[in-house]
Design a protein around this ligand. Structure first.
Ligand SMILES: NC(=O)c1ccc[n+]([C@@H]2O[C@H](COP(=O)([O-])OP(=O)(O)OC[C@H]3O[C@@H](n4cnc5c(N)ncnc54)[C@H](O)[C@@H]3O)[C@@H](O)[C@H]2O)c1
Length: 349
């Protein structure tokens, strides 16, 4: 595969079938045209076998590298933990197989660079990173609007990213930067079509609903190469639900996406006779908010792969976002701005 088009269905293997991987496996098995889910792999064999029983006709591998090398897999969707992405991406590249890798590309700048170098050595673009917001219809409209120039030069982006809570007892402040803010990093680079040159992370006195020692919420400032500024709020114990918003402010206008959605806004009387309140539903998590984006993302990856092409965020985008988040973790420790320095490697076409 890669460079040549495929007549039949693309045979896809999914590596890691936890929350995201199981969703992607169901998506591939039921909703994506031109693809067949042929194999899944997860060290948690019981979990993998239960999913295979549910979906039918799927081979289970205990060893992810065996799935990647398997002759019944043309392309791989990686939804394993970020700490094992490097080894599995390098195996996909060695096998010449297209891979859609959930974010983050890898856990640090050096390993992301090794992935880029291996891909370049093979001479063919094989890696797409799962920054699914680029496929969300609202984000796509905002991207088009900014690109059209109708709002003039973009001066500011304001991004908000809230979760209801994080049940993980080992949760640390750095995870907000590496696992959540990484989406804002990619959106800023993609929407403004330029690199981030510095990052500063600060926090208010944390919410009492965060684990002791965790800085939550966090406010982050990106300075862009053109001089534009991006402000970000990431708040993972908001106690309300999942909210992702983005406002672009240009010289000649502004646009906002991610306002509460759902058809019905309700007004609710206060039983005690006070003023009423109004509101609509807030979605519980990213899988609901971005379900359509994930579908469009995976369909676009399958279609491009069958044509022998690549679409969407590249290994360079994965690398750049990792470098920004690594600098963000440094800033989290000091509160000071940290410069972002990218290796001078031209991206693969
Ligand atoms: N794009 C998004 O919006 C989004 C959202 C959530 C998670 N993610 C990413 O998806 C990936 C998976 O996250 P998750 O929330 O599904 O995690 P999870 O913990 O629910 O699932 C991870 C799965 O990987 C398995 N696993 C562990 N070691 C493995 C290995 N060496 N090889 C293969 N599988 C292994 C685990 O047994 C588990 O089933 C991560 O990279 C995460 O950052 C992306």
């Amino acid at each position: 595969m890669g460079g040549t088009s495929l007549e039949g269905s693309l045979r896809v293997g999914v590596v890691g079938v936890g929350l995201m991987g199981a969703d992607h496996a169901r998506r591939l098995a039921t909703r994506i045209a031109g693809a067949t889910l042929t194999a899944i792999a997860d060290p948690d064999g019981d979990r993998a076998r239960a999913l295979a029983d549910e979906l039918g006709g799927v081979t289970v591998h205990d060893d992810p590298l065996a799935l990647i090398a398997s002759g019944e897999v043309d392309a791989v969707l990686l939804a394993s933990p970020g700490s094992v992405h490097e080894e599995q991406l390098l195996a996909c590249i060695e096998q010449g197989k297209k891979v859609l890798c959930e974010k983050p590309l890898t856990m640090d700048s050096e390993s992301s660079l090794r992935v880029i170098e291996a891909e370049r050595a093979g001479g063919r673009p094989l890696v797409q990173v799962g920054f699914m917001r680029r496929f969300d219809p609202e984000y796509m409209r905002l991207h088009e609007l900014i690109e059209s120039g109708r709002m003039g030069r973009t001066l500011l982006l304001h991004q908000t990213h809230r979760n209801k809570s994080v049940p993980n007892p080992d949760f640390r402040s750095e995870m907000i930067v590496r696992d959540s803010l990484v989406h804002e990093v990619d959106c800023a680079r993609w929407l403004l079509a330029e690199e981030i040159v510095s990052i500063q992370v600060i926090g208010p006195a944390p919410t009492s609903h965060a684990l002791a020692g965790v800085v939550d919420p966090q406010v982050t400032i990106f300075r862009m190469a053109s001089g534009a500024v991006v402000t970000n709020e990431v708040f993972v114990n908001s106690r309300t639900g999942y909210e992702v918003r983005c406002e672009a402010v240009g010289e000649d206008g502004s646009a906002i996406i991610g306002r509460p959605w759902g058809e019905v806004y309700t007004t609710v009387a206060d039983p005690a006779g006070g003023d009423g309140a109004w509101g609509g539903p807030i979605v519980p998590d990213y899988r609901v908010r971005f379900e359509r984006a994930y579908d469009i993302e995976v369909q676009a990856w399958v279609d491009a792969t069958r044509r022998g092409e690549r679409t969407g965020p590249t290994s360079w985008d994965g690398y750049a976002s990792t470098v920004v988040c690594t600098a963000g973790m440094e800033s989290l420790a000091t509160g000071q701005p940290v410069d972002v320095v990218l290796a001078p490697i031209p991206a693969l076409p």
